[in-house]
Design a protein around this ligand. Structure first.
Ligand code: SF4
Length: 375
């Protein structure tokens, strides 16, 4: 947006019934975007960039799949080092399939959404054992694998195999909603956005096109202050014409997230190790190591100590807050030291620094350690 140009940002936009550009103009979107991608593609460790592709290099489907699973709900900056560590440890899908699931979960710690790590392992096993280590090349074939939904199937098919799939992630959704000034609020607008994305996806180089759209959304058509004046698609963009880029995609007002509460216990032995338990396979943080504690509920029971791992002199360490996708979690943190007569529930004793824990557990343990040190 140029300085001094005041954007018109309507609260809701009228639903659009017609596309903003005639079909012949839409044909020019892909060449303009691909030319920009040739100059501005991000250098990403899982990507074969446009220059390397011109020389005949092809992406490794295993790396493409791994990156797409890791990138769900997680930023590129967070994923980059984790992806490299994963690939170094398990350079092929067969190597990942042969790893114990506990090792995969530990390597995943901190990336969140732990069901994804379990499915990642299941999927690697399916590819290694049922497909001879070779990923299916079609969206349909990929969707039949564990943990691969419609988006990931389209992304892997397009990026790894250049299949003409329509790839719509959060970045692409934003770019397309703006290009076509789609006035229907999300999530109802998704079918219309998908159809519009399909109308500009080329038959040639659909994989590069998908990645170019993602890069454009990440670097130029950003959620706030999009850089329309340097955008290669400004000439096609209906939202830019209306000077209303930030009004799209139109979103419904968000409902308040509920808050759940609970208590969590850090129990230390004489060596300074902390007692951890492996959570049930199903549910949030399924299969991950964590501190023992109560269930998380909107109205927790009054006596939290029935869930403590031992009868001990529990000391309050304060509270932490962690926000998951669908709720805030407030946890009261307690710590205690083992004495010779303490009997405690079964678990694993680990040095606090050596434990690969999910972020919420790390926060709770950090709080307990700080209180123990100062008290
Ligand atoms: Fe996004 Fe602006 Fe480009 Fe339109 S012109 S696609 S709103 S950056």
């Amino acid at each position: 947006m140029a300085d001094g140009v005041k954007p018109i940002i309507p609260k809701t936009m009228p639903a659009r019934k017609t596309l903003p550009n005639p079909p012949e103009k839409l044909l020019s979107v892909a060449p303009a975007l691909l030319a920009w991608y040739g100059r501005a593609a991000r250098d990403l460790p899982w990507r074969v960039g446009p220059a390397a592709r011109r020389k005949g290099a092809r992406p490794d489907p295993y790396a493409v799949w791994l990156s797409e699973i890791m990138l769900q709900q997680t930023t590129v900056a967070t994923v980059r080092p984790r992806f490299e560590a994963f690939l170094e440890r398990w350079p092929t899908v067969e190597a990942l399939a042969a790893a114990p699931v506990e090792d995969v979960l530990a390597e995943w710690a901190g990336l969140g959404y732990y069901a994804r790590a379990r499915n990642l392992h299941k999927c690697a096993r399916a590819v290694a054992l049922e497909h001879g280590g070779v990923f299916p090349q079609t969206e349909e074939g990929l969707r039949a694998l564990p943990g691969i939904g419609a988006y990931t199937a389209a992304a892997v098919a397009a990026i790894a195999f250049d299949a003409p799939a329509v790839v719509v992630d959060g970045n692409v959704e934003r770019v397309v909603a703006r290009l076509f000034a789609i006035g229907e609020p999300l999530p109802k607008a998704r079918p219309e956005i998908r159809k519009a994305a399909g109308s500009i996806t080329p038959r040639e180089r659909p994989g590069d096109f998908a990645q170019a759209m993602m890069d454009l959304g990440a670097a130029v058509c950003t959620p706030r202050a999009p850089k329309c004046l340097i955008c290669p698609l400004a000439g096609f963009c209906a939202a830019f014409k209306q000077r209303a880029a930030e009004a799209f995609p139109v979103k419904k007002a968000k409902a308040e997230k509920p808050t759940r509460r609970g208590a969590i216990f850090a129990f230390f032995n004489s060596k300074g190790e902390v007692l951890l338990e492996r959570r049930e396979d199903k549910g949030l943080l399924g299969g991950m190591l964590g501190l023992p504690g109560t269930a998380w509920a909107e109205h927790p029971g009054a006596d939290v100590f029935v869930s403590a791992p031992a009868q001990a002199k529990w000391i309050e360490a304060g509270a932490i807050r962690h926000t998951f996708t669908h709720f805030h979690l407030d946890l009261d943190v307690y710590f205690a030291d083992e004495n010779r007569r303490t009997e405690c529930v079964m678990g694993e004793w680990l040095e606090p620094e050596a434990a690969r824990l999910p972020t919420v557990m790390k926060k709770a343990l950090g709080r307990a350690l700080a209180a123990r040190k100062s008290g």
